[in-house]
Design a protein around this ligand. Structure first.
Ligand code: CP
Length: 313
């Protein structure tokens, strides 16, 4: 069993309930991971993913090895048949096979480069590990998805919702740096498995991959989208059509207390890290309806559920 996409979730409601159960007794399966090793390979920085996934593995009694590939590992080649006479020192074929000998599960973080849409959509790094590793792979944020984050988001919504079918709004917000679409993509895919009124709001031109959004409701008027919302999930992503570009930095899209007044006393969500007073104002982020810290807490239980399921297989 791998966990590289929301598509690997066979029953979201069941997974969320199982994660909430783990949260109540996180050390119940402390023996499950005895003498098993989780290898965590980071090609990009992290705070939450690194620590929550490590904590999840420790709660299951696993050993953990962490490697920051970007600064510590050899530069990897991913192309079959490549003549490796320039930059790359090691092929993914050997790297993935070798790491598989040391680890029982390999978790990988490898962001989109945002230069080459086709290459990012092919998930070169994640696909390389899936192809050449001989142990299960967990996606700690790839080029196009962040399924551990989306599972934590689903747990958070389940914990805070006050009605069976809440209105959940994913809103684009400005950011000074070009960011990948991964978090938004997985959130959209996860919401498609939920009973909810789901609305995506962003400036015209910032449409996500239509193969992911499918027939999701897109509302270009942010104020209209916010009306009666029960959850506001803010996230920036760079332009998918003009790939990786920042074509809008309109501060009117920042989530403010004024905008939150349009909602049904909505909870505010963000995956973190968040740029204060750019994505969202201090007033909202520090206010009583912000659930971002608990959302980050749920990263441990989303990772623990996934590791537990893999170990049990
Ligand atoms: N939300 C999230 O993945 O945080 P990190 O980038 O800090 O891991």
């Amino acid at each position: 069993m791998n966990y590289t996409s929301i598509k690997d979730i066979d029953n979201l409601d069941q997974w969320v309930q199982q994660a909430i159960k783990i949260k109540k007794k996180p050390l119940k399966n402390k023996k499950l991971g005895k003498n098993k090793t989780l290898g965590m390979l980071f090609f990009n920085p992290s705070l939450r993913t690194r620590l929550s996934t490590q904590k999840a593995a420790l709660n299951l009694g696993m050993n953990v090895m962490v490697m920051n590939f970007g600064s510590e590992g050899w530069t990897l080649e991913y192309e079959d048949g490549a003549i490796m006479n320039s930059g790359s020192s090691e092929h993914i074929k050997e790297a993935a096979a070798v790491v598989s000998q040391y680890c029982d599960i390999i978790a990988v973080r490898a962001f989109a480069g945002l230069q080459d849409k086709e290459k990012d959509n092919a998930e070169t790094v994640m696909a390389g590990f899936l192809k050449y590793a001989t142990v299960p792979i967990v996606n700690m944020e790839g080029a196009t998805g962040h399924p551990l984050q989306a599972l934590a988001d689903a747990i958070t919504i389940a914990e805070y919702k006050t009605k069976a079918r809440p209105k959940v709004v994913l809103t684009w917000a400005p950011h000074p740096k070009a960011l990948p679409q991964a978090v938004a993509n997985s959130f959209v895919e996860m919401m498609q498995l939920q009973d909810a009124e789901f609305v995506i709001t962003h400036p015209k031109g910032y449409e996500l991959n239509p193969e992911i959004t499918k027939d999701s409701h897109i509302e270009y008027d942010q104020d209209k989208a916010f009306e009666n919302a029960d959850f506001i999930y803010a996230k920036n992503w760079s332009n998918y059509n003009e790939y990786g570009q920042i074509t809008n930095s309109d501060p009117n899209w920042t989530v403010t207390a004024e905008k939150m007044k349009l909602t049904n006393n909505a909870k505010f969500m963000h995956c973190l890290p968040v740029r204060r007073n750019v994505i969202v104002t201090d007033e909202v982020l520090d206010g009583p309806n912000s659930v971002v810290i608990e959302q980050a807490n749920n990263r441990t239980y989303s990772a623990q559920l996934v590791l537990q399921k893999i170990l049990k297989k």
